[in-house]
Design a protein. Structure first.
Length: 352
């Protein structure tokens, strides 16, 4: 059942090693300014995302829904979104579309005043799989369920290939994305494998409103589905999960390719406020945090508040020490790219 799968994902993400072997944010060094010429207390962290003003460049990224545990987590995250005046996305809402009795695990966030909310559906569900493609009526229902400002379409084909019950069809997805982008404010999101140059060009041509890069470097769903496949005795899929554990395009590289052509959300491996500053320095409008906040949201409101306060403090320290009085200044901060990320960066520099 889809509810069991959702709970599996939460427990594995909290309790197992599911990160890629290398976090590419570590390959970005922001250059220290001994004479920053800004006052810490005057640093402006506010951002405007498609006309929506938020207090910090932080998105509570899409995580979960569809179970009682997910309802508790979503409520704690929504409380934090209201407290810090930051936006919030939800995990895949397919469960609510298929079983209306699960709608409350998502709509619980309506009890909180959130700057803007993001509904979420999977790209595989836009075309026929073992079931019919998701209808416009269902998409409208999901948008209205949480009064969503944006519609996330998440691309998780790596996960589908490892998942014991994964979808196998992808042909025709971009045509559907283009159709939906003409009717809804669509944000295209990867779930841990990043977007390539060709992907990004296709998404921009499809007129999506933003791209959430969700690249290699943090949680990999190949790892999460490896544990599920192993437990269910799906030996071949478990082996594939190990093989493709580190498959994908690093998050900073997807941001580099976007190069300011469209608003971008930096996600995939963000652990702290310094990583957030690194993402912004690569052109992100804001950063998406998921697993970093998951355990705190599962524990208590106090834990999630502590986590986000730490991220904000670290971001402001990074801004201060780079002489960045606001987020736009941080985008122009001097930085040094090294290590494995430099090899990727050099490759794309040659291509461009």
């Amino acid at each position: 059942m889809i509810e069991n799968r959702k709970e599996d994902h939460i427990r594995i993400a909290e309790g197992k090693e599911v990160n890629a072997s290398h976090n590419y944010w570590d390959d970005i060094t922001l250059i220290h300014r001994s004479i920053p010429e800004v006052d810490y207390d005057s640093i402006d962290t506010r951002v405007n995302f498609h006309g929506n003003r938020v207090e910090y460049p932080i998105l509570i990224s899409s995580m979960t829904g569809g179970t009682d545990l997910a309802k508790k987590i979503n409520e704690n995250l929504a409380w934090a979104a209201e407290k810090f005046n930051i936006p919030m996305g939800l995990g895949s809402m397919r469960a609510a579309a298929e079983k209306k009795e699960l709608a409350g695990t998502y709509s619980v966030i309506n009890n909180y005043k959130i700057p803007f909310k993001l509904a979420n559906i999977g790209a595989p569900q836009l075309i026929g799989q073992d079931k019919d493609a998701m209808s416009r009526e269902k998409i409208d229902y999901l948008m209205e369920l949480i009064d969503a400002k944006f519609l996330i379409i998440h691309f998780n084909f790596l996960q589908e290939m490892i998942q014991p019950e994964g979808d196998r069809n992808a042909k025709g997805v971009m045509e559907k994305v283009k159709e939906l982008a003409a009717s809804y404010p669509v944000i295209a999101k990867e779930t841990g494998a990043g977007f390539s140059e060709r992907d990004i060009d296709m998404l921009i041509d499809a007129n999506v409103k933003a791209i959430d890069v969700g690249g290699l470097g943090g949680t990999t769903f190949a790892a999460i589905e490896y544990y599920r496949a192993e437990r269910q005795g799906e030996g071949e899929k478990a082996i594939a999960g190990k093989t493709f554990w580190n498959w994908g395009v690093p998050s900073p590289i997807s941001l580099k390719i976007i190069n300011g052509r469209i608003p971008a959300i930096g996600s995939g491996g963000l652990r702290n406020g310094l990583d957030l500053a690194r993402a912004i320095s690569m052109g992100a409008s804001m950063g998406g945090f998921a697993r970093t906040l998951l355990k705190g949201a599962d524990e208590s409101r106090e834990s999630i508040e502590k986590n986000i306060n730490a991220i904000i403090r670290e971001l402001k320290i990074a801004m201060f020490l780079t002489g960045s009085g606001n987020v736009e200044d941080l985008k122009r901060a001097d930085k040094f790219i090294h290590g494995e990320l430099k090899e990727w960066s050099d490759y794309y520099d040659r291509r461009f």
